[in-house]
Ligand binder design. Structure first.
Ligand SMILES: [Zn+2]
Length: 721
């Protein structure tokens, strides 16, 4: 079965592990006679003949996707119908494994389509994507709302006690059953009808929210009539602002467009306080100003329908419904976790505000810091404290060297992996490189692609995905890729990375490790097929090795001289990691708590006044949200209203807790050793979705996760706490 794997790279970008909403159109036929499975045609009909079944990009044309995906859906529907109509009594093999084996051609076509639309898209591919998206959503409903199939799944599930299933077989049965139940298979016919209606409305409301927000980000820009108001911006930035105004027929003015976060990038350099305040207020009010892009009405409907949906399932609220497969398990656990972070974060916010107020006073100004002053003065505090210029660091981070002598080197020290670059595997772009990954015993483990550079037709952010999931069922080894958005080098110049890019490279390779160490029988349980609040654990854990002294010494070398990064520069980089973390963690935490506030509302309790509810919720938490507002306000919180992160934004922080705690376990047990790496591989990285997440964490560290290591890593544990 298709397993969407689009993993977020740097924290806080919207990416999807599979949309949370479903639509209803069930196009599946319920034939009564034995079902003929259509034969596939074209390049995706069979596994590729290349090593590891790597896609043969030299033979794939844009025109291949639509027919292949449509044919793939038709084949899978026929496969489902054949299972539904099987005259034999339901068994684990003829129902659960049979379901697992459906949709092979569709998987092949979609995995390649996904890399093309994500990294080298064009109008043709975009049009196919827009046309096929709703069809694919309806396609998955055709499975989960099919009563005949669910009756068979239920029958197998009911006899599980007598079947003596173990390990992965047991996990596959349980997950298949739970997915059906979660999608509504057990509801009464009346409730099912209501659910279909709710799902359809939710789906269109989410789309409407997303489109409205996109409009707001474009048109709720700050228009400036007097160029002096833009003091502090560079000439190039001012020229861009004038060009933006020109494009809207506002010649002679300047426009600062909005980014979809509360804080805006230019707030760190605008010297005019009134401009800063106006820009911030534009941002804060962009979708709650009563204009055409006001989203509050949509949000009330979304929250109301989600609470109703939860009630249909007998759950007290949407968060309880949504968290059925998460490591945290229930909303209260996630809320308690966040409360544990909030106290120390609030204290750090006051310390940081005090330092900023000192800086303001030192300039002879007579005001206290407001959210729109924060970045501007934090920059100045940072410059004084660390004297660190990004331009000093970059020459030490040559992209190829960071990959081969940093990321791969750490994987060699921890897991014994070796890598061999190969030129015989076709890719989707000339700057993509391919490596065979060899295990410690010298055997071939996987194929790994690396697509480093930003392009105009590439989606932003960074992610990992795969063309082939590891599985013993098909005897397939993983074929995995990492995508980043590093600024490409000018002609003739070396490709250099920022420190953030370096961290992201280690992060994405952490996801890759999760995929390439997979050791599962079934593809749908393989590798990264884990819960949202677990999937970022391996990736965040791998970030640690970017700063490991022996690893750094191996990759951080000046691109011209080969000289290692000077010790004092290195120290500054390390120390600056904990700067401003009361703000950084606080804004994420405030947003994550707001997400839970909205999604723990019982049916019938959704408030009329969106902003009033939000104000009360922000007031009630221990954070200083008057100084550090949430990263996303309710009315422009894309992750939770249309991004699939409803009752899930906490997951970014939850996995940081897991990875920081694991990092301290490594430190206390000898650090970067083969034995420690093998332990992480055995307990977490190789287990896919076959284990209880809490048990996997305990197997690795010998205890339950705690928040202190994460707070320590961010420098938020005051000595006096
Ligand atoms: Zn990630």
């Amino acid at each position: 079965m298709y397993k969407p794997v689009l993993l977020i790279g740097t924290a806080l970008c919207v990416a999807s592990l599979g949309a949370c909403t479903t639509t209803t159109d069930t196009t599946m036929a319920t034939a009564t006679e034995a079902t003929a499975i259509p034969e596939g045609t074209g390049i995706f009909a069979q596994p590729s003949a290349l090593p590891f079944h790597a896609p043969d990009f030299t033979r794939i044309a844009d025109a291949d996707f639509k027919p292949a995906i449509e044919q793939g859906m038709a084949i899978q529907r026929a496969e489902w119908t054949a299972i539904a109509n099987d005259p034999a009594a339901p068994t684990f093999d003829n129902t659960i494994i049979a379901l697992e084996k459906t949709g092979r051609m569709l998987d092949r076509a979609r995995s390649v389509f996904s890399v093309k639309t994500g990294t080298v898209t064009n109008d043709t591919l975009d049009a196919i994507d827009a046309e096929l998206s709703p069809k694919l959503a309806a396609h998955s409903d055709a499975l989960y709302l099919n009563d005949a199939i669910f009756q068979r799944v239920q029958a197998v599930y009911d006899t599980r006690a007598t079947m003596n299933l173990t390990g992965e077989d047991k996990a596959l049965l349980e997950r298949t059953y739970e997915d059906f139940v979660h999608a509504g298979a057990k509801l009464s016919p009346d409730a099912k009808a209501q659910l279909r209606e709710i799902n359809t409305t939710l789906s269109s409301l989410s789309t409407k929210f997303s489109q409205t927000l996109t409009e707001a980000d474009k048109y709720q820009a700050l228009v400036v009539a007097d160029r002096a108001a833009l003091a502090g911006l560079s000439e190039a930035e001012i020229a861009a602002a004038a060009q933006a105004a020109h494009e809207r027929g506002l010649d002679g003015k300047e426009i600062i467009t909005l980014q979809n976060t509360t804080q805006q990038p230019k707030l760190d350099s605008l010297t005019n306080r009134d401009t800063r305040r106006e820009l911030f207020e534009k941002s804060w009010n962009r979708t709650s100003d009563g204009s055409a892009t006001d989203t509050r009405g949509i949000i009330r409907q979304l929250a109301t329908l989600r609470a109703q949906k939860a009630a249909l399932f007998g759950e007290p609220d949407f968060a309880s419904y949504q968290m059925y497969d998460r490591m945290a398990g229930d909303p209260q656990t996630a809320i308690e976790f966040m409360k544990g972070l909030a106290g120390p974060t609030a204290k750090a916010q006051l310390r940081e505000a005090a330092a900023i107020n000192e800086e303001i006073a030192a300039e002879g100004k007579n005001f206290s810091v407001e959210p729109y002053d924060w970045d501007f003065y934090a920059q100045k505090v940072r410059a004084k404290k660390f004297d660190l210029d990004a331009g000093q660091i970059k020459p030490y981070f040559q992209v190829d060297r960071v990959l081969e002598d940093g990321v791969f080197y750490a994987a060699n020290k921890l897991y014994g992996l070796t890598f061999k670059k190969r030129a015989d595997i076709p890719t989707w772009h000339s700057t993509v490189s391919v490596y065979t990954v060899f295990d410690a015993d010298g055997s071939e483990l996987a194929l790994f692609y690396f697509d480093p550079f930003k392009r105009d037709n590439k989606r932003g952010g960074a992610w990992m995905s795969s063309f082939v999931s590891q599985s013993h069922l098909y005897g397939e080894k993983p074929v995995i890729y990492n995508v980043l958005n590093i600024a490409p080098p000018a002609a003739g110049e070396p490709a250099l990375a920022t420190f953030d890019d370096v961290t992201t490279m280690f992060h994405e390779f952490g996801h890759a490790l999760h995929g390439l160490f997979a050791d599962q029988k079934y593809p749908s349980l393989s590798g990264t097929a884990v819960a949202r609040d677990f999937v970022e654990y391996p990736s965040q854990a791998n970030e640690k090795w970017a700063m490991e002294p022996t690893v750094l010494a191996n990759y951080a070398k000046h691109y011209e001289t080969g000289a290692p990064m000077p010790a004092d520069l290195l120290t500054k980089v390390q120390e600056s990691q904990t700067f401003n973390q009361g703000y950084a963690l606080g804004e994420t935490l405030a947003a994550a708590m707001l997400d839970m506030d909205w999604h723990t509302l019982p049916d019938g309790k959704v408030p009329e006044d969106v902003n009033g509810f939000e104000a009360a919720a922000l007031e009630a938490n221990p954070l200083h949200t008057d100084l550090v507002p949430p990263r996303y306000r309710t009315s422009y919180f894309r992750h939770i209203w249309s991004g699939g992160y409803s009752a899930g934004y906490y997951a970014y922080l939850w996995t940081e807790m897991l990875s920081a705690d694991t990092g301290e376990w490594f430190d206390e047990h000898g650090g970067m050793t083969r034995a420690n790496g093998d332990r992480f591989r055995a307990t977490v990285l190789s287990r896919g979705g076959t284990v209880d997440y809490g048990a996997a964490f305990r197997a690795m560290t010998g205890k339950d996760p705690e928040v202190e290591p994460m707070l320590r890593q961010r420098g938020l544990l005051d000595e006096t706490d």
